[in-house]
Design a protein around this ligand. Structure first.
Ligand code: ADP
Length: 265
């Protein structure tokens, strides 16, 4: 997209001239559209639970239930929807923060093995409730990547939480780390429904969800998790992708690569 502006000026003989200036505003238009889409999506994500909260609150005012059990039932729905809004807002703030942080991140060597063990341990109790177990595949020797600990923690937690969320009961989640020479590639693979090729890059877009109905809206799922992961991994100088299409892969498999580093000094 090009925008044209006319600037009056005098040439070297003192004659009035008009200079036409062409500005390439493609990028600006794109970011304007991005902002509009973001606001529309965000409003939708928040309005749905808000409508429900208002509806139940009005019902409670207009027809107060005589039975405390009925009142509790309504209030629990109100609370569930408020929790959902809370999670969506936290995700939006996390996305905004990751987009802002961009270049100012201070990267330092971080132990890959420590992160694998720690983050798997964090989600294990929750996964165990449905009999889901983890297998860690990593080289004997520790490996170090250039990263920023909070960001890396966020990425691992998000991918592991998704793997557990979509796993069948008693499923196995495999978490691996591999040294490919210049970088370390971390992968998280589950045995859930997987993601078809047509959706495999779109799932990283903001607010994108493969099936709006697969997960009940009260789970706080807004389709922002992977967008945040991609932003963080890119901030760390790496890349993230989905590649669950190998012969022996049954579910989804998300991988990300980060630059290798030596151990901390
Ligand atoms: P959400 O907050 O909805 O989980 P994400 O950005 O984390 O958002 O994921 C986007 C979409 O990608 C999800 O709604 C889901 O459709 C799909 N997805 C993510 N992880 C998995 C997985 N491990 N297995 C199957 N589908 C997944």
């Amino acid at each position: 997209t090009v925008e044209l502006s006319a600037v009056p000026s005098l040439d070297h003989q003192g004659e009035a001239k008009i200079i036409l200036v062409f500005h390439d505003i493609t990028e600006m238009k794109r970011s304007e559209k991005g902002l509009k889409d973001f606001v529309a999506n965000a409003s939708h994500q928040l309005r749905t639970p808000l409508t429900s909260i208002k509806g139940y609150a009005e019902t409670l005012i207009d027809n107060p239930p005589s039975n405390p059990e009925d009142a509790k039932f309504f209030l629990e729905i109100v609370l569930k929807n408020a929790d959902h809004m809370d999670k969506v807002i936290s995700s939006m703030l996390a996305l905004a923060k990751s987009e802002q942080m961009g270049k100012q991140l201070k990267l330092a060597p971080v132990s890959g093995r420590e992160f694998l063990n720690r983050t798997v341990a964090d989600v294990t109790p929750w996964a165990a409730e449905r009999g889901i177990t983890f297998r860690i595949q990593a080289p004997e020797d520790d490996m170090y990547v250039m990263a920023e600990p909070d960001g890396l923690l966020h990425v691992f937690h998000n991918l592991l939480n998704n793997a557990v969320k979509y796993s069948p009961d008693n499923g196995k989640v495999t978490v691996s780390a591999e040294d490919d020479g210049e970088s370390i590639v971390f992968c998280i693979e589950d045995q859930g429904p997987g993601i078809s090729r047509e959706h495999s890059t779109k799932v990283f877009e903001r607010f994108y969800r493969v099936d709006e109905n697969t997960i009940d809206s009260s789970s706080g799922s807004a389709g922002l998790g992977l967008a945040i992961c991609r932003r963080i991994v890119r901030n760390l100088g790496g890349e993230i992708w989905h590649d669950g299409y190998g012969e022996d892969i049954r579910g989804a498999r998300f991988c990300f690569r980060l630059n290798k580093s030596g151990p901390p000094a």
